[in-house]
Each structure stands twice: as structure tokens, then as C-alpha cells.
Design a protein around this ligand. Structure first.
Ligand SMILES: [Ca+2]
Ligand SMILES: [Ca+2]
Length: 124
């Protein structure tokens, strides 16, 4: 969906439910982790001032692609930090929807440290 169409959609919902305040997404603190370790994204700090969070969706914005487990729609998904040959930043965006379908987003940076593991999957 084009961004302006989405904006109109959100605006329409806002007019239809004028009393609803938007949720506040919180993608958790930035983290520094070792390569090939298990990382947990922390989305449970997200709040809605006058309702509840109905849906979470994580998306990766940059860095080597990882798979979020068990799914990207969990508030606290996990992934295995990729093997890297230099310190590498992965960024993720969390979007949350409240019980009246307003949304907001937040991003978090995960720095994966090169600890010089010479694993079989690491390119040399
Ligand atoms: Ca709300
Ligand atoms: Ca390494």
C-alpha cells in the first residue's frame, strides 16, 4: 500500500474513533551481543494509554538477514546472531497496533560483535 493511502486509512480510523489515543511502541534497549549467540528482542514495553496492544510485528531494516523465531509477530521474538567478520549492526522496527487499530513504530539497533569464532559458516 502506498504511504499516502495508508495515511488516509489511519486518518479515517482516527476520525471514526476520536477518543482513541495511539499506542506507544517500544522496541526495547539497544543491545551489543556476540556473534552466533541467541538474541531476544524486547517489545513488551509497548503500551497503549487507553486500551491494549493487539498486534506486534517486527521487521528487519538493515544488516545480514536473520529469521525471527518462532514468528515475527511475537512481542519477544528471538534470533541467532549471524557470524560476522567485523562488528555489524542489525536494525529492527517494531510496529504495534492497539485495540482500535491505531499503530506506532519504534526501532532498535543490535550490534553483533566479531569475537573471531572460526566457525564452519564464517566466510574467510
Ligand atoms: Ca488506544
Ligand atoms: Ca567472527
Amino acid at each position: 500500500m502506498k504511504r499516502w493511502v495508508w495515511s488516509l486509512f489511519i486518518l479515517g480510523l482516527g476520525v471514526a474513533t476520536p477518543m482513541n489515543a495511539p499506542p506507544v511502541a517500544d522496541a526495547g534497549p539497544d543491545q551489543t551481543v556476540d556473534e552466533q549467540s541467541i538474541v531476544t528482542l524486547e517489545g513488551l514495553g509497548s503500551t497503549d494509554p487507553d486500551g491494549s496492544i493487539r498486534q506486534y510485528a517486527w521487521a528487519q531494516l538493515s544488516g545480514p538477514p536473520v529469521t525471527l523465531l518462532p514468528t515475527f509477530t511475537r512481542p519477544t521474538p528471538q534470533f541467532v546472531a549471524p557470524a560476522v567478520t567485523t562488528d555489524t549492526v542489525l536494525t529492527f522496527q517494531l510496529t504495534v497496533w492497539d485495540n482500535s487499530f491505531l499503530s506506532s513504530s519504534d526501532t532498535v539497533s543490535i550490534t553483533v560483535r566479531d569475537v573471531s569464532l572460526l566457525g564452519p559458516t564464517e566466510p574467510r
